[in-house]
Design a protein around this ligand. Structure first.
Ligand SMILES: C[S@@+](CC[C@H](N)C(=O)[O-])C[C@H]1O[C@@H](n2cnc3c(N)ncnc32)[C@H](O)[C@@H]1O
Length: 251
């Protein structure tokens, strides 16, 4: 079962995440993209938060996503020719006639795969689509114990304007399910439009991972070489790490 990113979420994604996420991961991914000579693929390309910049810098980059709403927002930023680089495909069974030197799944894309069979299928599909010496890079958040126990209750994580004088606010509630290693996240959007306040809610489950499960997962896949680090400078994992970054290499 998929929980597709809906229109309202896609519409306001850039306003929220350029603020929350740029400065955390974009330098790292854009640098990896910049260093790649051949073809690049972004899984879960979304609204192109990174993709649009990469393309403007001359990268030979392609993108897939399962949400048409997210891809529609991205299309608006692209020329007709550039739009041919994006397609509606699932990372579990995507297919291209050519291979890539770099495949990335930035900003927790893999956490949308809830079942281990889906995860291993997606990772092995990535492996199949890489050239020799190609790299697969993905990230997931480090589970925060307090949140896993208590969850969040209507926490306001964004307040701002999406156009001059038009306010938008987002609140987040989470419900952890420890046995299934899932956090159900409820996003509630509230914004000014046509002289009224509009609302939309969306619930999506995210699968969280601990360090050794990630290591076992990769070791069970076709990849035999990988590095796991604790930030976007590829430093060792430590008690303060917020993200696990996996760099898997096809030999
Ligand atoms: C948090 S967003 C990340 C978007 C973009 N990579 C970024 O860094 O801003 C996750 C994206 O993954 C997409 N996604 C979720 N499950 C997917 C799947 N099975 N196959 C392809 N894309 C998927 C969602 O539709 C969404 O656009």
């Amino acid at each position: 079962m998929t929980h597709l990113y809906p229109k309202s979420f896609a519409r306001f994604y850039d306003i929220i995440y350029h603020k929350q996420r740029d400065g955390v991961d974009n330098e790292y991914f854009l640098n990896e993209i910049g260093q790649t000579k051949g073809k690049i693929l972004e899984l879960g390309v979304g609204t192109g938060r990174l993709f649009a910049d990469a393309l403007n810098k001359g990268a030979d980059i392609y993108g897939i996503d399962i949400s048409q709403a997210m891809l529609d927002v991205l299309s608006e930023k692209l020329t007709e020719e550039q739009s041919k680089r994006i397609s509606l495909q699932n990372m579990i069974d995507f297919s291209f006639d050519y291979k890539f030197d770099l495949i990335i799944a930035p900003f927790r894309v893999i956490m949308h795969l809830l079942k281990k069979e889906e995860q291993i299928k997606a990772i092995n599909n990535v492996y199949e689509h890489l050239n020799r010496n190609g790299k697969f890079i993905f990230d997931v958040f480090v589970p925060e114990l307090n949140q896993l126990i208590k969850g969040l209750d209507n926490y306001t994580d964004f307040e701002g304007e999406y156009e001059k004088g038009k306010k938008i606010k987002r609140t987040v509630s989470t419900k952890p399910d420890l046995i299934n290693q899932i956090i159900d996240i409820k996003f509630s959007l509230e914004w000014d439009e046509d002289n009224e306040i509009k609302h939309d809610d969306w619930i999506t489950p995210l699968r969280f991972f601990f360090r050794y499960e990630l290591e076992h997962l990769i070791e069970r896949s076709e990849f035999s070489k990988y590095k796991i680090s604790g930030d976007y400078r590829e430093n060792e994992i430590n008690q303060n790490s917020k993200d696990f970054i996996l760099v898997c290499k096809k030999q």
